[in-house]
Ligand binder design. Structure first.
Ligand code: PEP
Length: 249
């Protein structure tokens, strides 16, 4: 019922050559239609990526969005602009945005709303730090991040979100949550969504991120509440990324 989503977040990495390499390789890979695949390159590569993935089922994502549609916000990119390049998903609340650019829950909500208004689907990233996990606060922190956005949206908007559970201590560290740790948090998020609507809880895609790679993807993706992956480092190597997509199908 929930189609797995594998999304590759390139962060501030890549090149035009890499976009073209991915376009060729993902077209040749003939990925299963039972998995949705998204590539999330840096914004300057969106036009090239749109052309490179034309004719494939790969969809495009963006790494951030400004809450405003236009205006004097030097360096920023708006949701209507992203929509013009065929962008489907946009990350909001990634831990690097929260920690490096001080984006708090209100800022995350504003970005999610802007994305929804432009017809994009936000991928809401949530996750606890190592200190918070060690203090036994994982669920409180993660569910608070989810509720800060979900409480403020209406039922139709909530259905358009994907949630990515990304423990901060696992992002880019090579340290992955065990399948049991990840499953436990995904199950807690799904249980939290029941409070809004049972159908929403059953149909929402909850994906895992944090050092997912070809060696551990299958085990994580086999968990009942894990509906895909948000992949950072391993999404830059085309063979690894394709292998992860194949383990979801
Ligand atoms: C990410 O940046 O969302 C991520 C999960 O990174 P990595 O896979 O490198 O841990």
């Amino acid at each position: 019922m929930r189609k797995p989503l594998i999304a590759g977040n390139w962060k501030m990495n890549g090149s035009l050559a890499l976009v073209e390499q991915f376009g060729r390789a993902l077209a040749d890979a003939r990925l299963s239609s039972s998995v949705e695949v998204a590539v999330i390159p840096p914004s300057p590569y969106l036009a090239a990526a749109q052309a490179a993935f034309d004719g494939t089922t790969v969809v495009l994502g963006a790494q951030t969005v400004n809450p405003e549609a236009a205006g004097a916000y030097t360096g920023e990119v708006s949701a209507p602009m992203l929509a013009e390049f065929g962008v489907h998903y946009v990350l909001v609340g990634h831990s690097e945005r929260r920690s490096l650019y001080q984006e708090d829950d209100m800022a995350v909500l504003a970005r999610a709303r802007a994305a929804l208004e432009a017809g994009l689907m936000p991928i809401l990233c949530v996750g606890e730090t190592l200190d918070e996990r060690d203090a036994g606060r994982t669920e409180v922190v993660v569910l608070q991040q989810v509720k800060a956005v979900f409480d403020a949206l209406d039922a139709r908007q909530r259905r358009r979100l994907v949630i990515a559970y990304e423990p901060v201590w696992a992002i880019g560290t090579g340290r992955t949550a065990t399948p049991e740790q990840a499953q436990a948090v995904h199950a807690a998020i799904r249980a939290c969504l029941v409070a809004y609507d049972e159908k929403l809880a059953a149909s929402s895609r909850l994906i895992y991120g944090g050092s997912m790679k070809r060696e551990n993807a299958a085990e994580l993706l086999a968990q009942p509440d894990i509906d895909g992956g948000l992949i950072g480092g391993a999404s830059l190597k085309v063979d690894d990324f394709i292998a992860i997509c194949q383990s979801a199908g």
